[in-house]
Ligand binder design. Structure first.
Ligand code: UDP
Ligand code: MG
Length: 318
């Protein structure tokens, strides 16, 4: 049985050596159980010496495959590249910063042997700030109300997948990739276990507040058009209110005669409605923007250097 480890790396020169060492130890432990390992590392256009480290690792360890992007294309693109070039019967996706403990892979192997196609690791939120924990909780409640796929707080990309799950995920060619959601969308028998969250072992997180906000929005908008539907209902509701209110004013004017006061109402109504319209336009614009990106059909990433055989890279532009 071949087991592929896919790890996206962005500015990870500090931890990569340690990461790979841990995985080599893991490989030794898994060998007697009948599992060979291969490593697929994707350098997502790092600005430090990540690529040099990868080249060295590949020279020392024949099981290492690496791809290096021409620039930073984002973790989602790196994951896609890694999955494309993983040839294992099972594939584990994990971060290179050692926040996903390599030892858990053994647990995944056991659970996978019980017949699950996806073995999902769910992290606790220890070490996260209160604000982030709260925001996450609210976010997942909202997302699960708005979309078809069920996302769980603490569940990320760290998981083991069977070949058929990987093939299913690769068959989804959309440009805007929200991997967490895609993994959930493909389905297949899955099981989840919880692990204690660990702090990064070096380097630093590349998430900014804005990045997280945008990522969150992607989650909501990637799966269906329910927000558009919500905008429609809101619009109809407001129209109804406006109709009733207008009727009431007309009747009042007929009964009491025309009275000037009331510009507070007018100002409130005008600004309020303008706001609602802007929001709706924004929602529509978001979807149109997505269509724009899909229609362009650009590649998800460009490869600048790699030790993957050229023939295997037919799908990636070089
Ligand atoms: N990563 C990447 N491209 C990016 C940002 C991050 O490949 O543009 C990788 C990064 O090297 C790490 C993983 O994605 O292996 C998770 O990133 P990070 O640790 O910054 O996120 P966090 O753990 O804070 O969610
Ligand atoms: Mg991290």
């Amino acid at each position: 049985m071949l087991l592929s480890i896919v790890a996206p790396c962005f500015n990870e020169e500090d931890v990569l050596d340690r990461f790979h060492e841990r995985l080599q130890r893991l490989a030794e432990e898994l060998l007697p159980l009948g599992h060979d390992l291969e490593f697929v590392y994707v350098d997502d256009g790092s600005r430090d010496r990540t690529l040099a480290v990868l080249e060295r690792l590949a020279a020392l360890d024949a099981r290492v495959r690496y791809l290096s992007f021409s620039r930073n294309f984002g973790k989602e693109a790196a994951l896609l590249a890694g999955l494309r070039h993983a040839s294992g019967d099972s594939v584990v996706v994990m971060d290179a910063d050692l926040q996903h403990p390599p030892d858990l892979v053994k647990r995944m192997v056991e659970l996978r042997a019980q017949g699950y196609d996806q073995v999902i690791a769910r992290r606790t939120r220890t070490g996260d700030g209160m604000a982030r924990t709260l925001a996450a909780r609210l976010y997942y409640r909202l997302v699960n109300r708005l979309t078809d796929v069920e996302l769980v707080d603490g569940v990320g990309d760290f998981r083991m997948m069977s070949r058929r799950v990987v093939d299913a995920v690769l068959a989804l060619t959309e440009y805007n990739r929200f991997s967490k959601g895609l993994f959930a969308w493909v389905g297949f028998p899955a099981t989840t276990f919880t692990y204690e969250n660990a702090a990064r072992e070096g380097g630093r997180s590349s998430w900014t507040f804005r990045g997280l906000l945008n990522y969150g929005l992607d989650g909501v908008l990637s799966f269906n058009n329910r927000p558009l539907r919500a905008a429609l209902y809101l619009g109809m509701g407001l129209l109804l209110c406006a109709g009733v209110y207008t009727g009431w004013i007309v009747v009042a004017a007929l009964v009491n005669g025309v009275q000037t006061p009331g510009y507070v109402t007018i100002v409130t109504a005008v600004t309020g409605l303008a706001g609602v319209q802007m929001v709706m336009l924004g929602v529509i614009g978001e979807y149109t923007g997505r269509i724009y990106y899909e229609v362009k059909g650009r590649p998800h990433f460009l490869v600048k250097a790699s030790n993957v055989h050229r023939a295997d890279r037919a799908k990636d532009l070089i």
